[in-house]
Design a protein around this ligand. Structure first.
Ligand SMILES: C[S@@+](CC[C@H](N)C(=O)[O-])C[C@H]1O[C@@H](n2cnc3c(N)ncnc32)[C@H](O)[C@@H]1O
Length: 272
């Protein structure tokens, strides 16, 4: 494991513990344990009918969306994440909810071997690929875990959003549009993004901005056909101070600022 991934793993293990005991409500734990869903309106409205589908949730974190997919009608759900503490929490939530689900601890790049199965759908959302340095390897993993005709649903923060910071009420361009794999963006967050005030011990983390053209190109190169690409003005976290809440956990830029896309979604199908 390279030292970027090692640091990210330590950071995600810390976050998993905090998120699994989330007091801010962001993770909608109670709702999932009662058999409900933690999905936001955006992804719930885009994923389509899940009935009869065997779904793999890549970078599943503490498994709440994985369990939600089962509650929404999937035939089976499998979550994969590299954090042992996230996987332990996910298994515990599945037990508490009484929901059948499989959780696998593995690096994303080892997913095909670790899973040992192929699926009708791969579900990847909200803050997954920004932790990965190699988008082509990721796209190949997606292709390898899908059956022919299987689909990917990807929903992510927009790369343009990650280039900006809000300073003195103005959006300032602060990052390049593409992050070199050997020179990630480097952060030291003392707290996690939920609003929880408990400190993180392992603060250092590394991220990569992937232009949409790189993501699309990588998916096509891995043998997927693109079904749709959509850019959205909404996002499910307060990406900048002063964001306006326009729905449940749904935020937009305040009036007066130039509009930039905040998130995007891609549907793709593995060619048969
Ligand atoms: C923001 S969370 C994704 C949220 C997720 N959509 C959910 O349902 O909660 C990012 C996840 O990616 C995982 N992750 C980061 N790098 C990884 C890697 N190289 N291999 C596998 N999982 C990774 C982290 O452990 C974390 O759980």
């Amino acid at each position: 494991m390279d030292h970027f991934t090692e640091a990210n793993l330590a950071n995600w293990n810390d976050r998993a513990d905090l998120h699994a005991t989330d007091t801010t409500g962001l993770y909608r734990i109670a709702s999932v344990l009662e058999g409900g869903s933690a999905l936001h309106d955006l992804e719930a409205g885009e994923i389509g009918d899940l009935s009869g589908k065997n779904i793999v949730h890549l970078q599943c974190h503490i498994g709440l969306d994985t369990l939600s997919l089962k509650h929404l009608g999937a035939a089976s759900v499998t979550g994969l994440d590299f954090s042992p503490r996230a996987i332990a929490a996910a298994r515990d939530f599945a037990r508490q909810a009484g929901t059948e689900a499989r959780f696998v601890e593995a690096s994303i790049y080892d997913a095909p071997k670790a899973l040992g199965a192929t699926y009708d759908m791969a579900f990847v959302t909200w803050g997954a690929i920004n932790w990965l340095s190699d988008i082509r390897a990721w796209a190949q993993v997606v292709a390898d875990v899908l059956k022919p005709g299987g689909t990917l649903y990807l929903l992510e923060g927009h790369p343009q959003l990650y280039q900006y910071e809000l300073r003195d009420g103005k959006l300032e361009l602060t990052a390049d549009w593409r992050t070199p794999s050997a020179k990630p963006l480097t952060y030291d967050d003392t707290q996690t993004y939920t609003g929880d005030e408990r400190p993180l011990t392992n603060t250092r983390n590394y991220e990569w901005i992937h232009p949409i053209s790189d993501v699309i190109g990588a998916l096509i190169g891995a043998g997927l056909a693109i079904d749709f690409l959509r850019e959205h003005e909404i996002i499910v976290w307060r990406a900048f101070p002063g964001m306006i809440e326009t729905g449940l956990d749904q935020f937009e830029l305040p009036p007066g600022l130039p509009r930039i896309p905040m998130s995007y979604s891609i549907g793709a199908t593995k060619k048969g």
